[in-house]
Design a binder for this molecule. Structure first.
Ligand SMILES: [Fe+2]
Length: 504
């Protein structure tokens, strides 16, 4: 689609308002969710990870055991939904709450933690009203304001990226938000180009070997997939958009040397549901007969899509993808769920203190044959999430993927281990935190000059017995040996999503 036609498509009634019109349906009384949450909290310690915060987290040092390697001096930033309740009204989905950017400042003196809510337009409007007055991913508050733009609902709560000299808090339905890397203060929305102001910019950009950043955005109501390519210094931005029939909920993508790869689970947006007053998440329909479509776009021919087909399944995250030019294939690994139940229902139930069963996730290895157009998939038995690879090898062949894994977590949500999976042998190097700890995403921090997967693993976890956060550093080659350094932050932070490490 050319730019002018694209701009026209966005000006239509079903255009820029990615989340549709104002909800008409009277929501279930939100206080019922808070009451349900409160009723179970003493029996279910895991709920402390979903209680939420009301204020910024002032700087606080961690009690350190072991020494932080000098290569990790810098900032470990994390993002996640952190205000789940306002004025007694509790949100109905884990992804709804306002984003808080957290910083663990690491240096020779140890680690200091702080956290600050992103001052989005929604955060400010809701705060001023004393209750949620704008819709969220899975909640339509009663008497909510009409939705005037996607960014009116932006909670900047999903991930964080550092690129072109800027730190950006990311959501996926609207703009990135600029953050002061030192003070965590909010500097405003990021505009990449005037035509793409306010357009969705996903929470999973990929920075490849050349330092340029690729990202995408899904405009659900318009059925448009937008592509961004940003030069390493952030100054040169190329954009494109294409119409995708039956657009799906797409949270992540992959880049290879020559291609962009999208997995489209059959969780398809239905504008009529949204017009009828459903929440954004409930406006998606599970249509397994469609299978999992795979869209492959050549980086130099974004107008020449290729399609592949996999069995129906749901996906949030892709680990990595790369080209095997000799075999003429793209290899890709992702976390596959058999359906979208956990995403749509399981993560809602947590917010009212309900937990039925874990997501039935597995690590999936995919081969896309560019000659024959065939796709093959193999499953590895790891109930895992948050796949991360050595950042030096994004889009290149990788052998190791790091995940938060559920080994024997018991009757509660989340993960109890951090695991490095060798995709060639299937071997797993694993550290089990234990069943009283909720494990968050862990990252690779590479040791320069060494091969892929060499360096450190850095991550956080919530210790339910100590009511404290654990910040752990592992030798990436020896996870099972346990942390080489660990800090204890004596306060509970809400279970979050994604993070990055930025060297000092
Ligand atoms: Fe994500």
């Amino acid at each position: 689609m050319d730019r002018r036609a694209f701009a026209r498509s966005l000006l239509g009634a079903a255009g820029l308002l990615a989340l549709g019109d104002a909800p008409a349906r009277a929501a279930e009384a939100p206080d019922a969710w808070q009451a349900a949450f409160d009723a179970r909290r003493t029996q279910q310690p895991w709920q402390m990870g979903f209680e939420g915060l009301q204020a910024d987290a002032a700087p606080m040092p961690l009690e350190m055991r072991g020494r932080i390697p000098p290569a990790l001096y810098g900032s470990f930033y994390r993002n996640g939904a952190a205000r789940h309740v306002l004025g007694g009204e509790r949100y109905h989905h884990w992804f709804d709450g306002d984003g808080m950017l957290q910083q663990y400042r690491l240096g020779p003196q140890g680690a200091v933690h702080s956290g600050r809510f992103v001052r989005t337009g929604k955060f400010l409007a809701d705060s001023a009203a004393g209750r949620p007055v704008r819709a969220a991913f899975g909640t339509n508050p009663p008497a909510a304001e009409p939705i005037r733009s996607a960014d009116a609902l932006n909670v900047a709560n999903t991930s964080v990226v550092s690129h072109g000299g800027e730190l950006l808090a990311l959501w996926e339905g609207g703009s990135a938000t600029r953050i002061d890397a030192q003070t965590l203060e909010t500097r405003g929305l990021k505009t990449w180009t005037p035509e793409y102001a306010g357009m969705p910019f996903s929470a999973h950009p990929r920075i490849g070997r050349d330092g340029s950043l690729w990202n995408f955005g899904v405009s659900s109501a318009a059925g448009v997939l937008s592509i961004y390519h940003v030069s390493p210094d952030g100054r040169d931005v190329r954009t494109a958009s294409l119409q995708v029939p039956d657009i799906a909920m797409v949270h992540d993508f992959a880049v290879t040397e020559r291609h962009l790869v999208f997995l489209l689970p059959p969780l398809v947006f239905d504008l009529e549901r949204m017009r009828a007053g459903q929440t954004f998440v409930a406006s998606h329909v599970w249509r397994p007969e469609m299978g999992m479509r795979v869209l492959v776009l050549p980086k130099d021919r974004l107008d020449a899509p290729r399609w592949f087909m996999l069995p129906a399944g749901f996906v949030f995250h892709i680990g990595n993808a790369w080209e095997d030019a000799r075999r003429g294939v793209i290899q890709l690994d992702y976390i596959r769920s058999p359906d979208a139940w956990w995403a749509t229902q399981g993560l809602q139930d947590l917010m009212r203190g309900r937990y039925q069963s874990a997501d039935q996730a597995a690590m999936a290895l995919v081969t896309l044959d560019l000659q024959s157009g065939q796709a093959r998939q193999e499953l590895l038995p790891h109930a895992a999430e948050f796949p991360r690879v050595d950042p030096r090898f994004v889009g290149q062949r990788t052998r190791h993927v790091l995940v938060a894994e559920r080994v024997a977590a018991g009757p509660r949500p989340g993960f109890d281990a951090v695991t490095r999976i060798d995709l060639q042998t299937g071997r797993a190097d694993r550290y089990r935190y234990g069943t009283e700890v909720l494990v968050e995403e862990h990252l690779f921090v590479p040791r320069e000059g060494r091969p892929e997967g060499h360096g450190w693993v850095l991550g956080t976890a919530l210790d339910l017995q100590r009511r404290a956060m654990l910040l752990s550093v592992f030798d990436a080659q020896h996870l099972a040996d346990g942390p080489i350094a660990q800090g204890v932050l004596p306060r509970v932070m809400p279970m979050g999503l994604h993070g990055i490490f930025v060297a000092a």
